[in-house]
Design a protein around this ligand. Structure first.
Ligand code: SF4
Ligand code: SF4
Length: 504
């Protein structure tokens, strides 16, 4: 079929815009974007007079990551009064502005689409999502009220419930629900060279007498999370460890929790995927799989990912840029991205051959990491200053002594006190919109320091979140690149509001 079309284009008698469009659409449908682009360039005379062909070209640019070129074409189209697919152009433009993190323009584009189709409920849903990136709490609620007046399907009801099931004041505060990290326990079935999760054998663990491992019964745990639901509404819980899936009664716990909250599983993917799918719901459970090449066979890892993907789970894959394993990254990335699953690189924090990372990455290492994953740049910058005192110092696992750690801890606390006395602080939403829970249920304002503000215990239900953004005196040492400092939302808000969080 495509050969017939190409032959027609070559013959003067049959070559016209409809044949060209058909051929371009054929290539697009078969994901042959470069061929489609080449063909349009070959017959560029047609381009000037055909908005439909320009629309095709812009979509090809989107597929080949030429975002600026795509935006230019869509913008030129949107202003034409006689354009017949104006809604589609406006929606595409909104998506691109969202990718570029220009949420104001994205909302304007969606408004253009709504002007064309004022009863299209999906456009209002997209507008709510975009308004929340703009911190437009009141505007988003107003749009939500409009959605409620329109005829809606069950999935839209779910979207509305996901917003309204959050406690009222938190519904209107970015990132619009409470996020918990629950370090379920310290055990893991792997022992990765770069692991910075506390382990029973680590001095971090021994130095953390306030938060030792404690295994409550599944009934106590489920009841505790019901208490959180009643008090703060539907929250997002990141299940962390160690390896969460080897926690006793893991499947019973997540089955009950996912009826109340959204779960986000940090896992090495070593579990049995059949059992997992039989006990969890893809609508409430997102899986962040980390690829640990010391322990994992890439082929088996990919098979498991595809198994979960087919059953509707949202997935991401991450990889630690440990100096020994840097060179594996391009192949791993290529293999994972063939499945369409996003792949992220985390800069390594800690010591390697007596050098501290990430500060010791060479310029070419950094470029290599940035080129693989632009998002890692923010993380890298934030981790640069971070003290890696708790981490392994060398491959032979030599550790700082208990005294050295205590000395560092005391120095940190003294520094915070000094900041307090000098009136030096920053305001942070952590503790109100986020909390970190240790295996014994003890809960703190953030992950930044074990000595940070204590908020009570989850399991005995003494946990109380802060009721407003409070002062933090850990001004210089905060190691969180996602810390929720008001007025710095452009840095952190999008890192909490991923697609799984916001889509219908
Ligand atoms: S799988 Fe994760 S928690 Fe387990 S050892 Fe490796 S990095 Fe640490
Ligand atoms: S600024 Fe950093 S250390 Fe302070 S509360 Fe926020 S996240 Fe924690």
């Amino acid at each position: 079929m495509i050969n017939d079309l190409l032959n027609k284009l070559k013959s003067e008698k049959f070559a016209d815009i409809s044949v060209l469009l058909e051929a371009v659409k054929y290539f697009r449908a078969n994901n042959q974007l470069l061929q489609a682009e080449r063909l349009i360039n070959e017959y560029s005379d047609f381009l000037q007079n055909s908005d439909e062909l320009k629309f095709e070209l812009a979509n090809i640019y989107v597929g080949t990551d030429k975002i600026k070129e795509a935006v230019d074409i869509f913008e030129s189209l949107i202003n034409k009064s006689n354009l017949c697919n104006k809604t589609a152009v406006a929606v595409e433009l909104a998506k691109l502005y969202k990718r570029l993190k220009d949420y104001k323009k994205a909302v304007e584009s969606i408004n253009s689409a709504i002007a064309q189709e004022p009863e299209n409920i999906n456009l209002y849903i997209e507008k709510i999502v975009l308004q929340r990136y703009l911190l437009d709490g009141a505007g988003a609620i107003e749009t939500l009220n409009k959605v409620k007046t329109l005829k809606k399907e069950k999935k839209v009801e779910t979207f509305i419930n996901n917003i309204e099931n959050v406690e009222k004041t938190r519904q209107e505060t970015a990132p619009y629900r409470v996020f918990f990290t629950w370090g379920m326990h310290y055990l893991c079935n792997y022992d990765c060279a770069y692991c910075y999760a506390p382990k029973p054998k680590d001095i971090t663990f021994a130095n953390n007498p306030n938060n030792p491992a404690k295994y409550e019964s599944s009934d106590v745990i489920i009841d505790a999370w019901k208490y959180i639901f009643d008090k703060y509404g539907m929250s997002r819980i990141r299940l962390d460890g160690g390896e969460p899936t080897v926690y006793p009664d893991f499947y019973k716990i997540v089955k009950e929790l996912s009826k109340m909250h959204k779960l986000h599983l940090n896992t090495n993917l070593s579990f049995d995927v059949n059992e997992f799918c039989g006990s969890t719901d893809p609508g409430s459970m997102r899986v962040d799989a980390s690829l640990h090449c010391e322990y994992t066979n890439l082929e088996e890892f990919l098979k498991k990912l595809e198994f979960l993907q087919k059953r509707g789970y949202k997935l991401t894959v991450s990889y630690v840029a440990y100096p020994d394993f840097l060179e594996n990254i391009p192949f791993a990335k290529k293999s994972i991205e063939k499945t369409g699953i996003p792949f992220f690189v985390h800069p390594y924090s800690g010591f390697y051959e007596n050098k501290q990372y990430p500060a010791s990455y060479t310029e070419s290492d950094k470029k290599f990491i940035y080129d693989i994953d632009v998002n890692s740049a923010t993380e890298l910058v934030w981790r640069k200053e971070r003290k890696a005192d708790y981490k392994r110092e060398t491959n032979d696992q030599r550790k700082l002594s208990k005294e050295e750690i205590e000395k560092t801890e005391s120095a940190k606390l003294a520094h915070q006190l000094e900041n307090k006395n000098n009136g030096k602080f920053k305001i942070c939403e952590m503790g109100r919109m986020y909390a970190r829970i240790y295996p014994n249920g003890n809960t703190y304002r953030c992950c930044s320091s074990d000595g940070n503000t204590y908020l009570g215990n989850l399991f005995d239900k003494s946990l109380k979140l802060l009721e407003k953004a409070e002062k933090c005196y850990d001004v210089d040492n905060c190691r969180c690149w996602r810390c929720m400092v008001p007025a710095e939302e452009s840095r952190w808000l999008h890192t909490w509001m991923d697609d799984w969080e916001t889509e219908i």
